[in-house]
Design a binder for this molecule. Structure first.
Ligand code: SF4
Length: 483
């Protein structure tokens, strides 16, 4: 349901070293990461030490329209990016990878995530004479690398990585190497794979490995910086102060079900969440209906555990263009009607458990409940495969204010009434953590659950004040607007 409600991943990155058609492989890799960003895409390739890049707004297929567009990007190494704008507007200047040419070298850079100290770093760098071309956070790393007095390039990169805070996965392509780095909490997933010819690939999600024929090697760990060159792969760290806190929403909603993050397959995690949700559900029902596509795995788990039939009571129109996110409430609602239909022959007269992954604003859920009722459902019990979303995210998701979250402003009973359901059940926080089941001793089972409990794994730096202010912000916006 990524395209009809406003809860969006910032970006996807893909990189490769050691393949004669590096740009082509990167295109395929990015294609499988398209769900992580649809506003722009780009690739920078390395042709025997000379970097070339192309980027534009739109879907990958709109940016690279034909083979000739890719053929221009020659070379045996490349990095690529699909963008969803959270920080910085969606104009072409913000589309990545960025390609920087200096008197003494060049590099390409792309980034997934959000820096929590970007505002103050930018201010400081501008005061020192730095010029920013884009409004996104990514250029900050370039300026920090260039300003570092460390004698080695690796030293400069490590110093820059230690200065930026928040959630980040960087790919950096120079004349003679590909580098990848993750923040000290590894909020965003990043995995390493290898192709049969020995080429190394790095991707935001492992689903891209299947597509390009690569084997998963391992995930990038918190605080790691990895270098790949003609000699092979070298693992290093830029900090020891690390603690895994991978974004739980990757498992709930963002990542593709065929991806595996830190050893846990996303479909399996969702299915387990559905099973646990069935254990916590307290109502009588006849059938289970998952909201396509992100809630189908949870619906399977719910049905398996409860013994209720899992039916296709909602059908998604596969051919609705996925080119932009509708900006207004009204258009979002229209978007739901275009993209989903309820199947009357399935739901008529039935007590339906409608499974969805999350409730953000509530408008989409309200609309889907109405679709089911219009199709003749006798009762609609909404069961959500995650806890109530009450707090904003500052690590790379586009909800940065509590105003936008219905559960930050209303109790579960009120939300149930607003969306017009007969009952509303959320998965408990413990239930979600156990269902995902990462094999780690880190707090919250190695997950960031700040969206649900407001306990952020890092200081919020530039966002601290704004966050404290938002805690006092209460609004009856939904009651007034929706009812
Ligand atoms: S605050 Fe929420 S969306 Fe952001 S990283 Fe943490 S769990 Fe993910």
């Amino acid at each position: 349901m990524n395209e009809v409600k406003s809860l969006n991943e910032e970006c996807g990155v893909f990189g490769i070293w050691g393949h004669p058609q590096a740009a082509q492989v990167t295109y395929f890799g990015l294609h499988s990461l398209q769900h992580r960003g649809q506003e722009g895409a780009g690739i920078v390739s390395n042709d025997q030490g000379t970097l070339r890049g192309y980027r534009d707004t739109g879907l990958l297929s709109e940016v690279f329209k034909n083979q000739a567009d890719l053929d221009r990007l020659k070379g045996n190494a490349a990095i690529g990016h699909v963008r969803y704008a959270t920080a910085g507007s969606a104009d072409i200047r913000n589309i990545q990878p960025f390609l920087y040419k200096f008197h003494d070298g060049e590099f390409g850079l792309c980034h997934n995530g959000n820096l929590t100290n970007a505002i103050s770093l930018k201010k400081k760098l501008e005061e020192q004479g730095a010029i920013f071309n884009a409004s996104s956070d990514t250029e900050i790393l370039m300026h920090l690398i260039r300003r570092s007095h460390n004698p080695s390039f690796m030293g400069k990169v490590k110093e820059a990585l230690s200065t930026v805070k928040g959630g980040f996965a960087y790919l950096l392509l120079t004349e003679d190497k590909l580098m990848a780095a993750l923040d000290p909490n590894a909020f965003r997933p990043l995995s390493i794979g290898q192709m049969q010819n020995g080429a190394w690939v790095i991707s935001s999600e492992t689903c891209a490995f299947e597509v390009v024929g690569a084997e998963w090697v391992r995930d990038v760990e918190p605080g790691e910086v990895i270098v790949i060159d003609d000699e092979g792969i070298h693992y290093d760290t830029y900090t020891d102060d690390t603690q895994l806190a991978i974004c739980s929403m990757e498992y709930v909603y963002f990542a593709r079900p065929d991806s595996t993050i830190h050893g846990v397959n996303v479909h399996t995690a969702r299915k387990n969440m559905g099973k646990r949700l069935a254990q916590e559900f307290r109502h009588e029902a006849d059938i289970v209906v998952g909201v396509p596509n992100s809630s189908l795995s949870a619906a399977m788990g719910f049905a398996e555990e409860s013994g209720l039939p899992n039916e296709m009571g909602l059908v998604k129109n596969q051919y609705t263009q996925r080119t932009f996110i509708q900006p207004t409430q009204e258009l979002r609602e229209q978007g739901v009607r275009m993209k989903l239909s309820a199947v009357s022959g399935v739901v008529k007269g039935k007590r339906v458990v409608m499974i969805d992954d999350s409730i953000v604003r509530g408008t989409t859920s309200r609309r889907i409940v109405q679709l089911l009722r219009d199709a003749g459902a006798a009762e609609v019990h909404v069961a959500i495969g995650s806890p109530e979303l009450k707090y904003p995210c500052f690590y790379g998701i586009d909800i940065q204010t509590r105003r936008e979250l219905i559960s930050a402003n209303h109790s579960a009973e009120e939300v149930c009434e607003i969306i017009g359901a007969d009952s509303l059940t959320y998965l408990s926080l413990d239930g979600m953590i156990e269902a995902i089941g990462l094999n780690t001793d880190a707090p919250n089972g190695g997950l960031c659950v700040a969206y649900f409990d407001g306990k952020y794994p890092t200081p919020l730096y530039d966002y601290e004040e704004e966050y404290m202010r938002s805690l006092e912000e209460k609004t009856s916006f939904y009651i007034e607007k929706v009812k």
